[in-house]
Design a protein around this ligand. Structure first.
Ligand SMILES: *[C@@H]1O[C@H](CO)[C@@H](O)[C@H](O)[C@H]1NC(C)=O
Ligand SMILES: *[C@@H]1O[C@H](CO)[C@@H](O)[C@H](O)[C@H]1NC(C)=O
Ligand SMILES: *[C@@H]1O[C@H](CO)[C@@H](O)[C@H](O)[C@H]1NC(C)=O
Ligand SMILES: *[C@@H]1O[C@H](CO)[C@@H](O)[C@H](O)[C@H]1NC(C)=O
Ligand SMILES: *[C@@H]1O[C@H](CO)[C@@H](O)[C@H](O)[C@H]1NC(C)=O
Ligand SMILES: *[C@@H]1O[C@H](CO)[C@@H](O)[C@H](O)[C@H]1NC(C)=O
Length: 464
């Protein structure tokens, strides 16, 4: 990396006041790209009208497709799978349709794939509860990883005050994570949105999933707002929202508490914006794991702004396996408060979630341009900040700015292995171990550079 690049970057960091738009040079400019994804809001204007009750009476030009009209019983015992399948066929092939799952009922539905493309944008209004059969023994072997799966949709809205309940307790008891004498088997995800675009998910509650709660995969432009995810803190592998091979995803105003990552972002995902997230219990907000079994993992342009984490085993985590390749870069975490969190800030390039010990290897998923701004809270572990990076593929350009993590009882420290970057403002625990790889470049030099306006312009417009 050129010294000019560093200079530019540092200079911009130390010039107050910083406005979000101009603070960082292009390679750190997560904002502009990520904010563009907000602008797609226009796509959904028409749907917003649906928040008013008038369409429920059948007016408003919408065609209501009620699962009850297809024989759904909604008593929590009768098998309503076929009614849902038939109602979906009707709704998906009809223009301006709303598939309605009425309130105050419980619909027992088996593993089902709801496939598009549909005739038009489709609204799935879930006001009641959809519940999964609870016995793993009777699960459809053709859908080992799916409970409610939606595919190939273009412009769809899932909304309502309803609940998607995976009835997962027997699955958890059968997990090899719970009891090592159990065989390690796959388990379904409660809600999957796959191979879709322009999807919005609003207000739903997803709970007690067999395994992951909500997976967004191979999709573009997905906006999730006001969604609640909940499962017991000891339920195994019950990630809250899992994003894979997807771009332009916005998660906003979500409250997530599970037995695994509240949010996990894995391979092939970019331009993911998370805003106003509550997490706990759980394993924190994670990028990864990546690089398992020597695979390539690529994640970039991740922005988390405003989050509160309580009692989680990790806070802001990036986890990669030894032997992987690819990269994680351009990640910004800001305005995060954590209480009683075990590893508040952690990069772990030695992640190993397997019964066998993992060997160190020369290859690793490269990690760079990771920013932590205004992060505060309390740590349960001494290593409140931990950058455990690969000896052969170091972490670079880690930025800490305005960090205050304390311990309730004792001291906290920053651990670094093979990590370099910069820190600004108040940083506690102090991050001296984060030595810059470019030691002769100091902040005062950067400040000097700032006085020359022309040089600034020049630097700002340098291709980075
Ligand atoms: C739902 O699953 C149960 C148990 O496997 C099975 O008996 C039933 O036929 C399934 N229902 C439908 C509509 O496929
Ligand atoms: C684990 O499973 C084995 C075999 O099913 C059982 O005997 C044992 O009691 C279980 N252990 C726990 C802690 O549940
Ligand atoms: C990673 O994501 C890319 C892009 O979607 C995909 O082509 C590749 O197969 C994925 N790799 C793995 C190991 O899943
Ligand atoms: C990953 O690559 C290393 C080094 O080439 C090799 O020793 C190891 O067996 C590979 N692991 C897997 C799971 O393929
Ligand atoms: C820092 O983050 C906290 C917690 O999210 C927030 O309340 C506070 O306003 C932020 N401070 C600044 C200066 O943005
Ligand atoms: C891998 O390397 C790290 C960093 O040098 C070291 O702390 C760790 O003990 C090594 N692990 C193994 C299994 O050799």
């Amino acid at each position: 990396m050129s010294k000019l690049t560093f200079l530019c970057f540092l200079m911009l960091l130390v010039v107050p006041p910083r406005s979000a738009d101009e603070a960082y040079p292009d390679r750190f400019d997560i904002l502009s790209t990520v904010e563009d994804s907000d602008k797609q809001e226009g796509d959904y204007d028409e749907f917003e009208l649906l928040d008013s009750p008038y369409w429920k009476s059948g007016r408003g030009n919408k065609v209501l497709v009620n699962v009850d009209a297809f024989g759904a019983v909604g008593d929590g015992v009768s098998d309503d799978t076929q009614a849902f399948v038939n109602a979906w066929k009707e709704a998906c092939s009809t223009r301006k349709s709303v598939l309605l799952v009425p309130e105050e009922r419980r619909y027992l539905v088996n593993a089902t794939r709801f496939k598009g493309p549909c005739a038009d944008k489709i609204i799935v209004q879930i006001d009641g509860t959809i519940v999964a059969p609870d016995d793993p023994k009777n699960w459809d072997p053709k859908n080992p990883r799916i409970w409610l799966g939606f595919y190939n949709l273009n412009r769809a809205v899932f909304q309502g005050n309803g609940v998607i309940d995976g009835s997962g307790s027997k699955w958890w008891a059968a997990s090899c994570k719970r009891n090592k004498s159990n065989p390690c088997k796959e388990a379904p995800t409660a809600l999957t949105i796959s191979s879709s675009s322009a999807v919005r998910v609003k207000g739903l509650t997803i709970q007690n999933s067999q395994q992951m709660h909500f997976v967004i995969t191979r999709s573009d432009s997905v906006r999730v707002t006001g969604v609640k995810v909940s499962a017991p803190g000891d339920s195994p592998n019950t990630d809250g929202i899992h994003i894979t091979e997807s771009t332009n995803v916005v998660l906003q105003n979500c409250k997530i508490g599970t037995g695994d990552d509240c949010i996990s972002i894995v391979n092939g995902s970019s331009t993911i914006k998370m805003n106003n997230i509550y997490c706990g219990p759980g394993h924190g907000i994670s990028i990864g794991s990546l690089g398992k079994k020597n695979s390539t993992g690529i994640v970039e342009m991740i922005d988390l702004d405003t989050a509160f984490l309580r009692g989680t085993t990790n806070g802001l985590r990036i986890k990669t396996w030894q032997g992987g390749s690819g990269y994680v870069r351009s990640v910004r975490y800001q305005n995060v408060r954590m209480e009683d969190v075990s590893n508040p800030i952690i990069i772990d390039q030695f992640y190993c979630d397997s019964p066998k010990n993992c060997k160190n290897q020369t290859s690793a998923v490269a990690i760079s341009q990771i920013m932590y701004l205004n992060i505060s809270g309390t740590s349960r572990s001494q290593k409140a900040i931990k950058f455990a990076c690969s000896d052969t593929v170091p972490c670079t350009d880690i930025i800490l700015d305005n960090i205050d993590i304390q311990s309730k009882d004792g001291t906290v420290e920053t651990y670094c292995n093979s990590a370099s970057g910069f820190y600004f403002g108040y940083v506690h625990p102090s991050a001296e171990c984060l030595s810059s790889s470019d030691k002769d470049l100091t902040i005062s030099q950067a400040k000097e550079a700032e006085v020359t306006k022309s040089s600034r312009e020049y630097l700002v417009h340098t291709e980075l």
